[in-house]
Design a binder for this molecule. Structure first.
Ligand code: PSV
Ligand code: MN
Ligand code: MN
Length: 406
């Protein structure tokens, strides 16, 4: 049945001018990083729910993350957040993850959970607080070096709640000063990924409120600074794929935090309400990978795909598996776009023809393709089902309640 469905799929794609073997190779190469904090207890500002079986420390978070990789084969790295994932010796953590068959991904400095940062971290008018924040950024560069991580993802909660509360222009200058110092500490193969968010926790102004501000900051810093697009950090109706295309064209898109913006922010499952948006984001990236400008190609190929979700009502590991599979499905569909056909229609100024060439790929059923790829990768064709049958969920229940809250 599966074989027949795949044979039919292959035939159908051949007729559409798609090289299925090339598509499969690209699917096998896709990597999606998961966040350590996504395995911990989470909630909203109204309540954090304590779940049974939640990891009690960073080492156990890594064990759960390794399960997601085991069942999907495409999640070999885990992002960490410092100090949520602070450990005495990072080389011990590095060894632990390597024994689990995974690696540590992006390092996320945390400049928002310390009383000193109430009125800002790198933008605080108090020089001593700025010094403390900059030192934390430098500490994160050092941690990246120890664990062998190349990306440092930076999000700042900095902003104000009231007009007149602070000097907006001075704050931009202070942030730049701090980031410049950090930039100088990077190894030549490291990147700073600068994330923006248009609101929350500050509600009058946010120091890096949108992609333009993050882009400008990254430009001022240099080529090792790029922008990170968190899909949840936009106003409803924002055309994220436009931002994606623009930033790649400027060689400045470094990474993604995937989630669903229905929640305004991080926590809901990517692709759960707007899979077409995710597909269109991948369309822009794949189009850039086919560009004649080598720098555009390298930028698009260098994008780090990360999930930034903190599930609070769902079971953690199944929710992460669902998220990763949603990304994989939309990527698979985007790989079925016949880019030549789109270009051809564009040249003929055939509006409907171009739109059809893009949309028709989204309408394809990629289940036979994904089953075939997973089989060839040696992972279960249905990762979520296989995880549920594995007994791991029952095993970790022994951890009880009261696990890590980040
Ligand atoms: C902030 O909303 C954010 O998206 C940043 O990436 C943080 O590091 C992360 O969420 C924390 O959950
Ligand atoms: Mn984020
Ligand atoms: Mn967020």
């Amino acid at each position: 049945m599966q074989d027949r469905a795949y044979a039919l799929f292959e035939e159908q794609q051949k007729a559409r001018g798609i090289d299925v073997e090339a598509v499969k190779a690209k699917l096998k190469a896709l990597k999606v990083e998961t966040p350590s904090w996504g395995y911990a207890d989470q909630g909203t500002r109204f309540k954090t729910f304590q779940k049974v079986g939640v990891p009690r420390n960073t080492f156990e978070k890594m064990e759960d993350a390794a399960q997601v990789h085991k069942y999907t084969g495409i999640c070999p790295a885990v992002a960490i957040h410092i100090p949520w994932d602070k450990v005495d010796d990072y080389s011990v953590l590095k060894r632990h993850v390597s024994d689990l068959g995974i690696t540590i991904g992006a390092i996320n400095p945390n400049l928002f959970q310390d009383d000193d940062y109430m009125l800002g971290s790198v933008t605080n008018s108090n020089a001593a607080v700025r010094r403390k924040a900059t030192d934390h950024l430098l500490e994160c560069v050092e941690i990246a070096r120890t664990v062998g991580s190349k990306d440092i993802s930076m999000w700042f909660a900095d902003g104000t709640n009231y007009p007149g509360q602070a000097d907006i222009r001075k704050r931009v200058h202070w942030m730049h000063e701090s980031l410049k110092e950090m930039y100088g500490a990077l190894d030549s193969d490291m990147r700073m990924l600068i994330e923006y968010k248009f609101f929350e926790p500050a509600f009058y102004h946010t120091d890096l409120a949108d992609w333009g501000m993050a882009f400008n900051m990254a430009n001022k810093l240099g080529p090792q600074a790029q922008v990170l697009v968190d899909t949840g950090h936009h106003a409803q109706g924002t055309n994220i794929e436009h931002i994606v295309a623009y930033l790649i064209g400027e060689y400045k898109l470094g990474g993604f935090h995937f989630n669903s913006r229905k929640y305004a922010d991080d926590d809901l499952i990517v692709g759960s309400v707007n899979p077409y948006e995710l597909f269109l984001i991948f369309y822009q990236i794949l189009d850039a990978i086919a560009d004649s400008d080598a720098k555009v190609r390298q930028t698009a190929e260098g994008i780090a795909y990360m999930i930034d979700q903190s599930h609070n009502i769902e079971e953690k590991i199944p929710a992460m598996l669902r998220s990763v599979m949603n990304v994989q499905t939309q990527y698979a569909k985007a790989l079925l776009i016949n880019l030549d056909e789109v270009k051809d229609a564009q040249e003929r100024q055939d509006v409907l023809g171009a739109e059809e060439a893009v949309r028709s790929a989204h309408e394809m059923d990629v289940t036979p393709l994904l089953y075939a790829v997973r089989e060839e990768m040696g992972v279960p064709v249905e990762p979520l089902k296989a995880y549920r049958a594995s007994g791991y969920g029952e095993k970790i229940a022994a951890r009880g309640k009261g696990g890590a809250s980040w």
